[in-house]
Design a protein around this ligand. Structure first.
Ligand code: NAG
Ligand code: NAG
Ligand code: NAG
Ligand code: NAG
Length: 275
């Protein structure tokens, strides 16, 4: 059985290879300086299973520990400027334990990263760029939308404010940087709708890569036997807005889901690219 972290790491590695495979045309990634790479001695510790709670998100009753993408975010202005970005990956996580699934995929590529732990009360964003043309981060990863259960009618919501997300989106468009969002509840903002949640104990729904055209050089294979999701709570989805969403990971049919369904999409929303 696959742990949630192994699963997220695999998805992240896929996403990172996508970022590496096709750098955005307007961003000129600063040259990698050669240096002796010191591989740290790491002890893998089991990550606690994230508990889910019954919640109503986007009018669908599910067990959850995440939220939909915050929707009232100011659209970034299209800015095309000659820019350079560092390769450091900026990771937003709820806690250091869950951030492991963000950086474990990066360690394999020896990509530098910076983890920002976002508590329920929120956080101040780090400086994204050091000048108008020099960006400090080459990619942004948001885990579970850093969402918390604020209770009442608010329910699960991101601890990043819509103003902060607008800042991140604008940085992405200005500097040609991609965003990876892992464990997001399907919603119109990613061009998807949840079909329900899955699965009860012992019910299997296999996961596989369905389209590698956006990262052809990564060596990933489509089809194949598929990866087990037993013990992983997930939300099979369908694409509702194909102008912004392209499927690249899918779930196999399972009890309650008679056809294949979408597990991961690539979004291009007015130049703001995310997976
Ligand atoms: C959701 O996940 C966070 C981080 O792992 C955890 O601290 C929190 O207790 C979980 N919330 C619920 C409602 O289970
Ligand atoms: C988005 O909505 C939240 C809560 O409804 C509100 O506090 C915030 O000011 C809104 N942000 C923008 C940019 O409209
Ligand atoms: C970051 O970039 C934006 C947009 O190019 C610019 O307005 C801002 O001044 C820059 N920040 C710094 C600290 O230079
Ligand atoms: C698809 O998304 C785009 C960009 O957000 C939006 O303008 C368009 O109305 C959406 N189309 C549908 C069918 O929801």
């Amino acid at each position: 059985m696959l742990s949630k972290v192994t699963f997220q790491s695999a998805v992240l590695a896929t996403c990172i290879s996508l970022i590496i495979a096709s750098p955005s045309p307007q961003a000129e990634v600063s040259p990698v300086e050669s240096e002796a790479i010191v591989i740290p001695v790491a002890t893998r510790q089991p990550v606690p299973v994230v508990q889910t709670v019954p919640a109503k998100i986007d009018n669908v009753a599910v067990n959850s520990n995440t939220s939909i993408i915050t929707s009232n975010v100011t659209t970034p202005a299209a800015v095309v400027a000659a820019t350079t970005v560092k390769s450091t990956v900026l990771i937003f996580a709820r806690d250091t334990a869950s951030s492991y699934s963000g950086y474990s995929g990066l360690n394999g590529y020896a990509i530098p990263y910076q983890v920002v732990v976002v508590p329920q009360a929120g956080v101040t964003l780090p400086a994204l760029n050091s000048s108008a043309t020099s960006g400090n981060y080459g990619a942004i990863v948001i885990l579970s939308e850093v969402s918390y259960d604020y209770g009442g009618t608010t329910g699960f919501q991101s601890a990043l404010t819509s103003a902060q997300l607008a800042t991140l989106y604008q940085y992405q468009v200005t500097f040609g940087v991609r965003m990876v969002r892992l464990d997001v509840f399907p919603s119109a903002d990613s061009g998807t709708t949840a079909l329900g949640d899955c699965c009860g104990a012992g019910v299997e729904q296999l996961l596989s890569i369905s389209d590698t055209t956006k990262f052809a050089t990564s060596g990933l294979k489509t089809s194949g036997a598929g990866v087990s999701t037993q013990g992983l709570y997930h939300y099979p989805a369908t694409i509702t807005n194909s102008s912004i969403a392209t499927e690249f990971i899918q779930f196999a049919p399972a009890a309650g889901f008679s056809t294949t369904s979408t597990a991961g999409v690539i979004n291009n929303i007015g130049g703001q690219q995310q997976v």
